[in-house]
Design a protein around this ligand. Structure first.
Ligand code: ADP
Ligand code: ZN
Length: 741
């Protein structure tokens, strides 16, 4: 007797995305969900058993000759228990089908590096142990102990976490205590995520409005809720109460925030309330930490998981609740393989499981809000800020009006200078947003005006003054400014145009020499720990002004900020994506929400298009009106939530071959989706994307707009294995892309 196994191998490519047969006749029983080592094409690879193994009577040789197959024996079973439970295994299958990606890639996204079905996992961290001495006896007569022994015993009583050998100087006393049975050496699993210092967060009583929102969700019979609450309304307080209730009922909970940086505060808060019951998962942890956290969740030691996107796959036992804070933020969508969206995965994880899902936001995504309006999700609102602090007053500054600017600066306008000055005099803080890092986005030859561009991406290079370099923000191309020679005329003198955060910082220093200014963008926050440091120091009042990219607008709670400024609101409106309006409105609302959390604050929006309706609505902070306006817009242009999108990107090193291939893909789609069965989708393109060339590869995009996925699934599956010709040509499918370009 032997077992016939269906094994997917580790390579995440579509033409290997099906099970291969292997046999197992060793001891023990192989199970679905175990990793195995197999020979595949003369190589040793890792595979994953994807179906329940079948018992076959007789031996493998007889089976092979009777069926004329060449099924091979596997080399090794790598696990003793399935690395994923049934729920997650079936979730992986559903997600792979929905995102049209290799199943094995979904598994890799779900698991920590040490447990992934791939060869590198074998060299990744395993469990770590540490040996420490712990107090294990309590009955003794102090007369029998000498002074040193008594001293050491006192130390043990104070140290609940035990003492390692190296922490104890008097080894003789230690041996004596051990002999008397009072302390013993115990080997325990070591957790490699450093203990988070207990900041003392008080438990808050819910306000009346918060209590009502909590009740509506706790007592509700729906699966999915939208908690729509203005910035500063205290959504976090409601989440905490919901999680407390879930834990009391013996169930587990996951709470996601859109960015790693926002997990710090959340985990500190949860650790202070729930201790080791709260685990942390995000891509910034070390491989060892990811492994430890994963196992303590899977074992049930940590029923609460705080994390960023990838934590949506956490193997929480008896999961009862999922919360996605700041639901509208696009970082919930992964923009690399397997292109999953944590919001979609969350919906899949709660469907028909008796679980609850809460989406929270001040500016819900249109998709989410539309479903709440239709009653598919239950809408719960928090309409006032905590303590009835008023929302900030937002004013507009028209940069095209010459009376607002002078020769000293075209970006720090006269009214803005006045407002900053007044705020500084009141000893309050200012944050300014400009969504572009570096000194200036354009660098050109003074002699012939030639703009310097990246040779691999064909986009203008950004000047970084402090680094004395020009760099490409789309690949890693860098040139030292002193080495530059104009490719057109050989000139060596260059100049710049436009503004980045570095240049604004310099202007601010000129206008406000007394102020303490900090710049907060990917360049200044790059160093490890720096991100957190800037945020905490600013919150503690170590600076007066913070200038930064959209990082400054994220859900931080800065109690002393009373002025928040968007230096150039037009910037994100000009981005050629169907989501540009929504992204702009969200960003401006989030930014304004940073101001005046104790008492009413101010926000200023500078723009060259003061009559743009999105900017006007952002000034009025009228989300409901914006929602109506933008829904109408989407309806007319037929964009989500009025349809679904899929982007198919074809790329290659040669432009004409890439174009040829993209037309072949389009022909295939037309024949499958229109000619064979009648029109089932709208097909657009192939078009040049916003960035047509990146790191020496050319890109073309075909976009599908559809309403019923079932009708087009077969064609899409076939698309994935369509031969493209040259081997460097690549086809990538992005389901529910975060933009249409
Ligand atoms: P949101 O996430 O909705 O923008 P937060 O949860 O950050 O709002 O709350 C805003 C501020 O108000 C925080 O500083 C928070 O501690 C405080 N706060 C909110 N609700 C309460 C409450 N019930 N008791 C005490 N403080 C509260
Ligand atoms: Zn480049």
């Amino acid at each position: 007797m032997f077992y016939l196994l269906a094994v997917m191998i580790e390579h995440g490519v579509m033409n290997l995305n099906h099970p291969f047969s292997y046999a197992y006749s060793g001891v023990g029983k192989p199970l679905e969900g175990l990793r195995v080592r197999v020979e595949f094409g003369h190589k040793d690879l890792i595979g994953f058993i994807v179906e329940k193994p079948k018992e076959i009577q007789g031996n493998l040789e007889e089976y092979n000759s009777a069926s004329q197959l060449k099924v091979k024996e596997i080399k090794e079973l790598l696990d003793t228990e399935p690395i994923l439970n049934e729920e997650l295994l079936s979730l992986a299958k559903t997600a792979a089908a929905y995102y049209l990606c290799p199943f094995i890639e979904v598994l890799k996204a779900m698991l920590p590096p040490s447990l992934r079905p791939d060869t590198i996992s074998l060299t990744k961290p395993k469990k770590a142990y540490e040996e420490k001495y712990y107090l294990t006896g309590s009955s003794y007569d102090s007369k029998d102990l000498d002074r040193n022994e008594l001293k050491l015993l006192e130390r043990f009583k104070a140290e609940k976490d035990g003492l390692s050998r190296s922490q104890i100087s008097s080894k003789i006393s230690l041996i004596k205590l051990e002999k008397k049975g009072l302390v013993s050496l115990i080997k325990k699993e070591k957790l490699r995520l450093a203990k988070i210092e207990d900041e003392d967060f008080e438990e808050h009583e819910l306000s009346q409005e918060q209590e009502k929102a909590y009740q509506a969700i706790a007592e509700g019979t729906n699966e999915v809720y939208l908690l729509e609450g203005v910035t500063g309304s205290g959504k976090t307080e409601v989440y905490i109460k919901l999680i407390e209730k879930t834990i009391k009922e013996g169930k587990g909970a996951i709470i996601l925030v859109p960015e790693i940086s926002l997990t710090d505060r959340m985990i500190a808060r949860f650790r202070s309330l729930f201790g080791d019951k709260a685990a942390l998962i995000h891509s910034g942890l070390t491989d060892a930490q990811k492994y430890d956290e994963y196992l303590s969740i899977a074992r049930g030691d940590a029923p609460i998981v705080v994390g960023a996107r990838s934590a949506i796959f956490a193997p929480v036992k008896n999961l009862g609740l999922i919360i996605l804070d700041e639901e509208h933020v696009e970082s919930y969508k992964q923009d690399t393989m397997p292109f999953y969206d944590a919001r979609k995965i969350a919906l899949l994880r709660v469907a028909n499981q008796g679980r609850k899902l809460v989406f929270g936001s001040a500016t819900p995504s249109l998709e989410c809000k539309a479903r709440a309006e239709k009653g598919i999700y239950q809408l719960v609102k928090l309409e006032s800020r905590f303590n009835d602090v008023k929302l900030p007053q937002v004013d507009l500054i028209d940069l095209s009006d010459y009376s607002n600017i002078d020769y000293d600066s075209v970006i720090i306008s006269l009214p803005l200078r006045k407002r900053i000055q007044e705020t500084l005099e009141r000893k309050e803080q200012v944050i300014l947003l400009l969504n572009r890092r570096g000194y200036a986005p354009i660098y050109y030859c003074r002699h012939c005006q030639k703009i310097l561009k990246c040779p691999s991406c064909d986009r203008p290079l950004t000047y970084h003054k402090e680094d004395k370099a020009v760099t490409c923000h789309h690949c890693s191309y860098v040139l030292k400014a002193e080495d530059l020679v104009c490719p057109k005329c050989g000139g060596k003198v260059f100049t710049y145009s436009g503004f980045g955060t570095e240049r604004v910082e310099e202007e601010l220093e000129r206008f406000f020499p007394q102020a303490r200014i900090v710049r907060f963008d990917a360049d200044t926050a790059r160093k490890k720990g720096k991100y957190h440091q800037i945020i905490t120091e600013f919150a503690a009042g170590a600076y007066d002004i913070m200038i930064g990219t959209q990082m400054v607008a994220k859900g931080h709670d800065f109690p002393s900020v009373s002025l928040a400024v968007a230096l150039l609101a037009d910037q994100s409106l000009e981005f050629p994506s169907y989501k540009a309006n929504e992204d702009t409105f969200d960003l401006l609302t989030q930014l304004a929400g940073r101001a005046g959390r104790k008492e009413q604050g101010y926000a200023l929006i500078q723009t060259y298009s003061p009559s743009n309706p999105v900017i006007k609505l952002a000034c009025q902070q009228d989300y409901e009106a914006f929602y109506k306006y933008e829904m109408e817009n989407r309806k007319q242009r037929v964009y989500p939530p009025y349809c679904f999108l899929i982007n198919i990107t074809i790329s290659g090193k040669d432009l004409s071959k890439t174009e040829e291939a993209s037309y072949r893909v389009k022909d295939y789609l037309i024949s499958k989706l229109i000619r064979e069965k009648g029109k089932r989708t709208d097909i657009f393109g192939p078009a040049k994307p916003f960035i047509e060339k990146r790191a020496d590869r050319y890109y073309r995009v075909i976009m599908l707009k559809y309403k019923n996925r079932d009708l087009i699934q077969d064609a899409l599956v076939g698309l994935n294995v369509l031969p493209l010709g040259e081997s460097d040509l690549k086809l990538v499918i992005d389901v529910d892309p975060s933009s249409d370009i």
